[in-house]
Design a protein around this ligand. Structure first.
Ligand code: MCN
Length: 790
C-alpha cells in the first residue's frame, strides 16, 4: 500500500479558518439555561491554619444559592480524587494526601477554601468576598534548599519532613573510577530551572450539568485528556464512567498544564450534583498564573569528568524538584530529566543520578512543554560547553567527538532506555552550515577587539517521546499503559469519521490524522473527518495529548484501524470483481485485478457494498474498525539548535540575531505543521532563557508575578523568526517511521540561548548564567565581573 499523496504534503491546517474567524467553541462560550456561577474563595496565605469559616453573611446575600466548604464536599467526593503519584514516589514517605478543598490547613496561596454558587458572576464575586475565613498564618516553606534543612518548617504541619521522595536511579559507586582517573578534568555547576507558568491563551474552565433523573453528569472543560478526567471525576463522585460524559471542545492551548485533573473539576461537578443544576466556573488570568500547575522548578547539582583531549567520561547529577504543596498527578514524571542527562553522548564511565522531590508551600508543579527533557538538555549541553571552555576545545568539536554514532543505534543508555535511531552529527553539520560557523568565529574575534560581546551557543538535543510503550510506562506509572485508540467508520457513501483518544489543542491533528487516513484508506482527504475530545463518542478510552505522543501512538492507531478497513474492503472488492483476493491489489484508492487496472472498484463503491446484500461468505456487514496501538518503544527525535546573539554590557540587554534549528523527527506527515510546532516551541524555550519566572517573596511566600505585567510572556517582537531545516532518520518503532516534534523547540532552545550568552561574556571570565537571563541579572553579573578584573 503506497504511502504517497497526502502524507508529507505541506498543506494548511484545516482547523484554522474556523478558529481564526471566531468559530471556535471554548468553555466560556457555553451558555446552559439556568446555569449558576461558581467562585472559589482561596487562601491568601501560602501556609495557614483555618480556624473558622463563617458563611452566614454570604449565604444571606441576594442571588446566592449555596456556599460550600470542605464539610459539604466530603460526603459527595467519597471516592478519592487526585490519582496517586507514580510508582517510585511511593517508595518515599512524605506524599501528602490531597482533597480538592482545604479542611483545616491551607498549604499554598490560592488553595480553595470555600466556594460560592450564585445566579450570576457578579453576585458570586460579591458573595465570595463576604465569606469570613479566619486564618492563623503558619511559617511558609518557599525555598527548595531551605525546605531540606532539618529545622525547616514543614509544608503541612502533620508531615515529618518536606521530602516527597529521595530516589537514586544509579549510585555514585558506578562513576567512581572515571572521577578518580589521574587525567580527569572535573567540571561542576549548579543549574537552576526556574518555575514557569504555562499561560495558555485560554485559561481553564469547567461547566457541569448533573441530571438527577438520569443520575448522569456532563462535564465540559478545557482539557488535553478527557478520558482521564472522566475516569477520576467518576471515581471521586462514586459514579460509573457510563454516567459521566466529559466534553473538551476546542482548547486554547495547554502546554502540559491541562493534562491532570484539578480541584475545580471535582468541585464544580460536585456542586452541580449537590444542587441538581448546571454550574460553571471560568478561571481568571491571575487564578491561572497562581493556581494552575507550574512547570520546571528544579535545581541540579552536576559534575562531569572528562579528559584534556575532550572525551566526556562520566557525570553525577542530583535533581532537587520543587513539587509544591502536593505531588502533581504527573509531576513526578519530571525526574526523567535524570534519565536523559547524558543527552546525545556515550559517557563510557557511567552516569550517577539521584532525584529528590521537595515539598514547598507553592502550587504543585506538573508537566510544562518538555517536562524533564528541557531540563536534561539544558544541564547536559551547559556542561558539555563548560568542559569545552575548560579545556579550550571548540564547542562543535567536543560534540562531534562524543556523539553516539549512526551505526551504534539502537543505543541503550545507562538507564536502560533504548534510543531508536539517529544521526546527531548530520543535524549539527547542517546547522553549522546555516549559521556560517567559521565566518561567525572570525566576525566574533573582530567584534571582541571593538569591545562588543557577540556569542554563539549550540544545543544538540535529544528527546524521549511518543509515550509510551506499555511495557516501559506501566512499571513507572503504577499501571498506565499509555496506548492510544482510534475508531474508523466508513459510511456507505465513502466518507469517513475517525474518533481518536488523543485531543488536539493546537497541534493540527484534524489535518495530519486525516492525511494519514486518506493515504491508508485511499479516500479523498476532504471526505475524512477527525473527532476528538468527547468521551461520549468513539473508543471507550484514550490517554490524551501530551509528551509528543499523538502522532507516533495515536496516528499509528489511525493507521492500524484504517488498515483493518482496507483488509476487509479487500475481501469485498475481490467478491465484487469476481476474483480471488490474492489476485486483487489496492492502489491509489482503487481495488483491481492484477494486470487489469481498468476494471476497478473504488473504496467508496466497496463501502456502499459493505452495507448492501452482496457480501462474500463469512464477511460481516459494515465498514468500521477500532484499534489500540501499543508501540514497541518510545521514539527519539533529535537535532541541533544554534543561537547567535549580542549582549550589551551597558544594559545587560540581549539582542537575538540569528536562530537556526535543524531537527529530525523521522518521516514528516505535514512539514508546515512541524515548522509551526517548532516555532512555537522555540519561542517558549527562549522565553524561559530570557524572560519568564514565577517570583515569590522569599519571606512571606506571597506571589509577586501574578499578572501578565510581571510574568513576562514574550511577544512576536522579542522572538526572532528561526531558520528551520531538517534531516530525516525514520524511527524503526512504528510503520510510519515518525517521531514526535511537539516539544522539540522548547527542549532545545534554552541551552542554545544561555550557551550563547556565556560565550558572549566569556572574555569577562563569566562561565555560567542562570535563567532567566534578564537585563538586570546580566547587568549585575557583568558589572561584578568587570569590577573583579579591574
Ligand atoms: N507531526 C508531523 N510529522 C512528524 C511529527 C509530528 O506531521 N514527524 C505533526 C503531528 O501529526 C501533529 C503535530 O505535528 O499534528 C504534533 O505532533 P506530536 O509531535 O505527535 O505532538 P502532539 O500532537 O502529541 O502534541 C503534544 C505537544 C506537547 S507535549 C505540548 S506541551 C504542546 C505541543 O504539542 N502544547 C501545545 N504543541 C502545542 N501547540 C499548541 N498550539 N498549543 C499547545 O498547548
Amino acid at each position: 500500500m503506497a504511502i504517497s499523496q497526502m502524507i508529507g504534503a505541506k498543506i494548511h491546517r484545516r482547523e484554522d479558518p474556523r478558529l481564526i474567524t471566531g468559530g471556535g467553541h471554548y468553555v466560556e462560550d457555553l451558555k446552559l439555561a439556568g446555569a449558576l456561577q461558581l467562585m472559589v474563595v482561596r487562601s491568601p496565605y501560602p501556609h495557614a491554619r483555618i480556624t473558622s469559616i463563617n458563611t452566614d453573611r454570604a449565604r444571606a446575600m441576594p442571588g446566592v444559592v449555596a456556599v460550600f466548604t470542605y464539610a459539604d464536599f466530603k460526603p459527595v467526593l467519597t471516592g478519592g480524587t487526585h490519582p496517586s503519584a507514580p510508582a517510585f514516589v511511593a517508595e518515599k514517605r512524605t506524599v501528602p494526601v490531597r482533597f480538592p478543598i482545604a479542611d483545616t490547613e491551607a498549604a499554598f496561596q490560592g488553595e480553595p477554601v470555600a466556594v460560592v454558587v450564585a445566579e450570576n458572576h457578579k453576585l458570586a464575586a460579591d458573595a465570595a468576598e463576604a465569606v469570613e475565613v479566619e486564618y492563623e498564618p503558619l511559617p511558609p516553606v518557599i525555598d527548595l534548599l531551605k525546605a531540606l534543612e532539618p529545622d525547616s518548617p514543614k509544608t503541612h504541619t502533620d508531615l515529618p519532613d518536606n521530602v516527597a521522595w529521595d530516589f537514586t536511579y544509579l549510585p555514585e559507586e558506578g562513576v567512581k573510577d572515571a572521577f578518580a582517573r589521574p587525567d580527569a578534568v572535573i567540571v561542576k555547576e549548579r543549574i537552576l530551572q526556574q518555575r514557569l507558568a504555562p499561560t495558555p491563551m485560554e485559561p481553564r474552565g469547567v461547566v457541569a450539568d448533573y441530571n438527577r433523573f438520569e443520575g448522569a453528569l456532563t462535564l465540559w472543560l478545557s482539557s488535553q485528556n478527557p478520558h482521564f478526567i472522566r475516569l477520576f471525576v467518576a471515581g471521586a463522585l462514586g459514579m460509573t464512567e457510563t454516567k459521566v460524559r466529559v466534553i473538551s471542545q476546542d482548547v486554547g492551548g495547554g502546554f502540559g498544564s491541562k493534562i491532570s485533573p484539578y480541584p475545580e473539576d471535582y468541585l464544580v461537578a460536585a456542586a452541580s450534583k449537590l444542587l441538581s443544576r448546571p454550574v460553571r466556573w471560568i478561571e481568571t488570568r491571575t487564578e491561572n498564573i497562581q493556581t494552575t500547575t507550574h512547570g520546571r522548578g528544579q535545581l541540579f547539582d552536576v559534575e562531569v569528568a572528562a579528559t584534556r583531549d575532550g572525551a566526556l567520561l562520566a557525570m553525577k547529577v542530583t535533581q532537587y524538584l520543587d513539587a509544591g504543596a502536593y505531588v502533581g498527578t504527573f509531576g513526578a514524571f519530571q525526574p526523567c530529566a535524570c534519565l536523559l542527562a547524558g543527552g546525545a553522548y556515550k559517557w563510557p564511565g557511567g552516569i550517577a543520578a539521584r532525584t529528590v522531590g521537595v515539598l514547598t508551600n507553592r502550587v504543585p508543579t506538573d508537566p510544562y512543554r518538555g517536562a524533564g527533557r528541557p531540563e536534561a538538555t539544558h544541564l547536559c549541553e551547559r556542561m558539555v560547553d563548560k568542559v569545552a571552555r575548560e579545556i579550550g576545545m571548540d564547542q562543535a568539536e567536543i560534540r562531534r567527538k562524543n556523539f553516539i554514532q549512526p551505526e551504534e543505534f539502537p543505543f541503550t543508555n545507562h538507564f536502560g532506555l533504548t534510543y531508536d535511531s539517529g544521526n546527531y552529527e548530520g543535524t549539527l553539520a547542517k546547522a553549522l552550515e546555516h549559521v556560517g560557523y567559521e565566518n561567525f568565529l572570525r566576525e566574533q574575534a573582530e567584534a571582541r577587539k571593538q569591545g562588543r560581546y557577540l556569542g554563539i551557543g549550540l544545543s544538540t538535543w535529544i528527546e524521549i517521546c511518543g509515550f509510551g510503550p506499555s511495557a516501559a510506562t506501566a512499571p513507572a506509572t503504577g499501571g498506565l499503559a499509555l496506548i492510544e485508540s482510534a475508531q474508523v467508520r466508513v459510511h456507505p457513501s465513502g466518507s469517513a469519521q475517525i474518533y481518536v483518544g488523543t485531543h488536539s489543542h493546537g497541534q493540527g491533528h484534524d489535518t495530519t490524522f486525516a492525511q494519514i487516513a486518506a493515504d491508508t484508506l485511499g479516500l479523498p482527504y476532504d471526505s475524512i473527518e477527525i473527532h476528538h475530545g468527547d468521551t461520549g463518542e468513539g473508543p471507550s478510552f484514550g490517554y490524551g495529548t501530551y509528551g509528543s505522543r499523538s502522532l507516533a501512538v495515536g496516528g499509528m492507531a489511525v493507521r492500524v484501524s484504517s488498515q483493518k478497513i482496507v483488509e476487509k474492503a479487500h475481501k469485498i472488492a475481490a467478491h465484487l470483481l469476481e476474483a480471488a483476493p490474492d489476485d486483487v491489489i489496492f492502489e491509489q484508492g482503487r481495488f483491481h485485478v492484477k494486470g487489469n487496472p481498468s476494471s476497478a472498484k473504488t473504496m467508496g463503491e466497496v463501502a456502499m457494498a459493505a452495507y448492501g446484500a452482496n457480501l462474500p461468505e463469512g464477511v460481516d456487514h459494515g465498514l468500521e474498525a477500532i484499534s489500540y496501538f501499543d508501540p514497541p518503544n518510545f521514539v527519539w527525535p533529535f537535532g541541533a539548535h544554534i543561537c547567535v546573539l549580542e549582549v550589551d554590557p551597558a544594559t545587560g540587554g540581549v539582542d537575538l540575531k540569528h536562530y537556526v534549528a535543524v531537527d529530525d523527527c523521522g518521516n514528516v506527515i505535514n512539514p508546515m505543521i512541524v515548522e509551526g510546532q517548532l516555532q512555537g516551541g522555540i519561542a517558549q524555550g527562549i522565553a524561559q532563557a530570557l524572560f519568564e519566572e514565577m517570583v515569590y517573596d522569599p519571606e512571606t511566600g506571597q506571589l509577586l508575578s501574578g499578572t501578565l505585567t510581571e510574568y513576562l510572556v514574550p511577544t512576536a517582537n522579542e522572538i526572532p523568526r528561526p531558520t528551520l531545516d531538517r534531516t530525516i532518520t525514520p524511527s524503526p518503532s512504528n510503520e510510519l517511521g515518525v517521531k514526535g516534534i511537539g516539544e522539540a523547540g522548547t527542549i532545545a532552545a534554552s541551552a542554545a540561548v544561555i550557551n550563547a550568552i556565556v560565550d558572549a561574556l566569556s572574555p569577562l571570565g563569566i562561565t555560567h548564567v542562570d535563567m532567566p537571563a534578564s537585563p538586570d541579572r546580566l547587568w549585575k553579573q557583568i558589572a561584578a565581573a568587570q569590577e573583579a578584573r579591574s
